[in-house]
Design a protein around this ligand. Structure first.
Ligand SMILES: [Zn+2]
Length: 107
């Protein structure tokens, strides 16, 4: 069974438990969001929807997701949005650091 983003249910559950904050900017998600930053959205760290494991699926805020779009992670981290929000290779969540070191691949 998969959700409407094609993410398997077990992966969805694991990621929801793991990512209580945006994996990029660190903003905590709230049940009743007051802004786009407090609202989680599904993110493929590597922009390949076939890579559906917990190493590539994460939750990030709507704001980071909109900014990242289809950009490569490495490129996005250099953009003005990331500079403005102090998002960089050292500030991101562990799961993103691992994806930078060893990008998840389609198996
Ligand atoms: Zn964010």
């Amino acid at each position: 069974m998969a959700n409407r983003w094609g993410i398997p249910k077990d992966v969805e559950d694991l990621v929801k438990q793991r990512d209580t904050n945006c994996v990029y900017c660190g903003q905590e998600f709230l049940d009743i969001p007051e802004s786009r930053k407090q609202k989680p959205s599904w993110e493929h760290i590597v922009n390949d929807i076939r890579i559906n494991g917990t190493d590539n699926i994460a939750l990030c805020c709507m704001s980071c997701n909109a900014s990242k779009g289809a950009k490569l992670l490495e490129d996005w981290l250099l953009c003005n949005y990331c500079k403005r929000n102090n998002i960089n290779e050292d500030s991101v969540a562990q799961i993103v650091k691992e994806a930078i070191k060893k990008p998840p691949r389609f198996k």
